[in-house]
Design a protein around this ligand. Structure first.
Ligand code: SAM
Length: 212
C-alpha cells in the first residue's frame, strides 16, 4: 500500500496478520521478516515512530543521508534500505561493532566512528550537499549538534531530528526544553513541522526543518 508520507521503499505490509511499516533488507534486531521485507518497529525507532504517526519528513527515498547517533544500527539500517549513500555517525565503540554487522550486507551504509559534535573530523568523508540529516543522539546539546552539522545539507535538504527532553534537563518541563531546542535550531534552520512522539517514545519531539 502506498502512503504519501512514506518514502519509496517504505511500505505498510502484513506480518502475521498485523500491518506494519517495513523496508526491504536483511534483518538486524530480531524483527519479523516476510521474504525480503522486514518489519520496522516504531517502539524502537524515533524515525519509525514519525512515519507511523504520519509526519511528513520530506524523505522520498534514494536520497543521500547523514545519520547522527547510529548506535547499533536499528534505525539507520532501515534508512539505508530505502535511501542512497547513508553515512552513519556513532561515537561509542561498542554499538559501532554491531553497526558494522548491520552494514556488512548493505553496500550503501557507511559507519563512521566519530563524534557528531565535531563535524570537521568527518567532513573529508561525507559528500557535500546531502539531501537529509537524520539525528537521534539523545544527549545534552541536541540542537547544537544539528546546527553544527547543517553545513552538510543541500539548500533544500531536510533535517529530521528526534529530541529527548530528559537528555537536556531531567527536571524541566519537556515543553520548555522543546521551545529552547527549536529556538537554537533557528540559528541554522527553518522549522517546518514538530510532533510529539509520546505514543512510541515518551517526552520526545520530532522536528522536520530545512536550512535557512
Ligand atoms: C538513542 S541512541 C540512538 C538509537 C538509534 N538512533 C536507533 O534508532 O537505532 C543515541 C546514540 O547516540 C550516540 N551519541 C550520543 N552523542 C553522540 C555524539 N556526540 N556523536 C556520535 N554519537 C553520539 C550514543 O552513543 C547512542 O548510541
Amino acid at each position: 500500500m502506498s502512503d504519501p508520507a512514506l518514502p519509496d521503499g517504505v511500505e505498510r505490509r502484513s506480518f502475521d496478520g498485523e500491518t506494519r511499516l517495513a523496508t526491504r533488507g536483511p534483518p538486524v534486531y530480531g524483527e519479523p521478516t516476510d521474504g525480503e521485507w522486514r518489519a520496522w518497529d516504531p517502539e524502537r525507532s524515533k524515525l519509525g515512530g514519525m512515519f507511523e504517526l504520519g509526519v511528513d519528513t520530506g524523505l522520498t527515498g534514494g536520497e543521500t543521508v547523514v545519520y547522527l547517533g547510529a548506535a547499533a544500527g536499528t534505525t539507520v539500517s532501515h534508512v539505508a534500505d530505502f535511501a542512497g549513500p547513508t553515512y552513519a555517525v556513532e561515537f561509542a565503540p561498542r554499538p559501532t561493532r554491531e553497526l558494522l554487522d548491520a552494514a556488512a550486507p548493505r553496500p550503501r551504509l557507511f559507519p563512521l566512528l566519530k563524534d557528531a559534535r565535531k563535524p570537521d573530523t568527518y567532513a573529508h568523508v561525507v559528500e557535500a550537499d546531502v539531501d537529509a540529516i537524520v539525528q537521534d543522539v539523545a544527549t545534552r546539546g541536541q540542537a547544537t549538534v544539528a546546527v553544527r552539522n547543517a553545513r552538510f545539507l543541500a539548500d533544500d535538504g531536510r533535517l529530521v531530528l528526534s529530541v529527548k527532553a530528559r537528555s537536556e534537563d531531567v527536571t524541566a518541563d519537556p515543553e520548555t526544553v522543546f521551545d529552547d531546542v527549536v529556538s537554537t535550531l533557528e540559528e541554522a534552520y527553518e522549522v517546518l513541522d514538530t510532533a510529539r512522539l509520546d505514543r512510541f517514545h515518551e517526552d520526545h519531539l520530532g522536528v522536520v526543518a530545512t536550512p535557512r
